[in-house]
Design a binder for this molecule. Structure first.
Ligand code: FMN
Length: 432
């Protein structure tokens, strides 16, 4: 029997436009503001017993590439994009077992507001909510929230640590048995079991208690994806599930080993912090068909390197339009996504070379469902665990290929779950 592993689905561009001008997308792009595509995704991956659906988010219209919003707006890249939180409540209502994880900015969300929203969603979903905490890296996002410039990278992580501290205390401000609903005594809530938190930190203060009750999970599942030393240190201390994007197995293995060492050094059981890797398999009826589909995808990237560069510009706050594609690059630094920039630049010396080699996750895996399943099982054996977060394009055809083609093979081999063992997302995630 292979080592069992977890599956999540990463909705890049979240509640935004998916598949504009792409084949196999039907009316999805025109209907982008309605929740139907994400509802179909949630139902399909729940049928396939995925542990969770995770929704990316960002809080600005990018203008980093070429110094203008034009490139992004014309192609619907990262804008328009709806707020994922209202969608989370719809998805929670229409599913029974799936974990649902919106992305939350620790730099811009007031902690009380966030703790209350997430507790509400956890109550509504009967214990299936998580948060992907991001520090938000973009200068433009900071300016949307009244700052001239964003906090420095280090300070953002200090703020994130404090944010987690406050929201955890707020979630704990109601004891598990505070709601008694005792009709005879006329008592709904036992007031002795609801307390202030009186938090006063460097960045945040909150009196508490929350004015919604304790949520079923008590502490919703916390995720994060920062790969810098500060990001890893933050994860080791506070986080239940780390998302990571690498395009080679040795890097995955080294990252997971490093995370487990850091988690143990914090006095936690290394198994209490799962690492899941971004994976974008290309599937086909035959090996040949899958190979050709992957080649077409890579050729499309080569033909339009500026799309990759514009994406990278918005993540790193560096205008890549200013550099010649074929001239070796000088050293670059950023106050934006540092881990992402480091990985990007490691792929070659010129931008053309880097774009050709780069992928945000493991995207060169292709084949029939049988062969992709074998490759995924082998990688997990080599890396040691804990799972994947599928991050291919969001269209119904791709969702079906994965959920009705690939996952049944993984299930037959005993590599992924065929049923949910627990009612709460946290318990399912910590099961193996
Ligand atoms: C799989 C994955 C998903 C991410 N999702 C988001 C997201 O939804 N929103 C966001 O602002 N940043 C997102 N990020 C960026 C990270 O949260 C983090 O800011 C970035 O990796 C840089 O962190 P670092 O400077 O510690 O390396 C994601 C990163 C990865 C690898």
């Amino acid at each position: 029997m292979p080592r069992p592993f977890h599956l999540g689905w990463f909705v890049g561009n979240s509640f935004g436009v998916h598949g504009w001008n792409q084949p196999w997308t039907g009316r999805s792009a025109r209907d982008w503001a309605k929740p139907d595509l994400q509802i179909d995704l949630a139902r399909a991956i729940e049928r396939a017993c995925f542990d969770f659906l995770m929704m990316e988010d960002s809080l600005f219209v990018p203008d980093n590439y070429g110094g203008s919003t034009q490139f992004y707006l014309e192609r619907a890249l990262r804008a328009p994009k709806n707020d994922p939180m209202p969608l989370v409540s719809v998805l929670a209502y229409l599913t029974k077992n799936l974990g649902i994880v919106p992305t939350i900015s620790t730099s811009f969300y007031p902690p009380y507001l966030l703790a209350r929203q997430v507790a509400t969603l956890d109550l509504m979903s009967e214990g299936r909510i998580g948060c992907n905490f991001v520090t938000s890296t973009a200068e433009r996002a900071a300016q949307n929230f009244g700052m001239d410039a964003h906090l420095e990278h280090h300070a953002r992580y200090e703020m994130a640590a404090e944010f987690v501290d406050v929201v955890k205390q707020l979630w704990g401000s109601w004891e598990p048995d505070a709601v008694v609903m005792d009709e005879e005594r006329g008592i709904f809530v036992d007031p002795c079991k609801v307390r202030t938190v009186d938090y006063k930190g460097r960045f945040f203060a909150s009196r508490g208690p929350l004015n919604t009750a304790r949520s079923p999970q008590g502490q919703p599942v916390l995720m994060q994806a920062g790969g810098s030393p500060q990001g890893r240190a933050f994860a080791a201390k506070h986080i239940d599930v780390v998302l990571a994007a690498f395009n080679s197995v040795p890097e995955m293995k080294a990252f997971r080993a490093d995370m487990r060492k850091r988690v143990a050094a914090e006095g936690r059981d290394p198994d209490s912090c799962k690492v899941v890797f971004m994976m974008m398999p290309t599937l086909g009826e035959t090996e040949q068909e899958a190979k050709e589909r992957l080649q077409r995808k890579l050729a499309a990237k080569d033909a339009a390197p500026e799309v990759v560069l514009a994406g990278m510009s918005s993540l790193t706050d560096i205008d890549f339009a200013q550099f010649d594609l074929d001239t070796p690059l000088a050293e670059l630094t950023t106050n934006g996504q540092q881990g992402t920039l480091r990985q990007f630049l490691a792929q070659g010396s010129t931008l053309r070379e880097i774009v050709r080699n780069y992928s945000h996750g493991y995207d060169r895996i292709c084949g029939t469902p049988d062969s992709v399943a074998s490759q995924m099982i082998d990688i997990i054996e080599e890396v040691g665990g804990d799972g994947y977060i599928i991050a291919g394009p969001l269209n119904r055809r791709y969702v079906m290929e994965v959920t009705e083609g690939l996952v049944p093979v993984l299930q037959k081999r005993g590599a992924v779950r065929s049923a949910y063992s627990h009612a709460h997302f946290r318990d399912n995630m910590m099961e193996f």
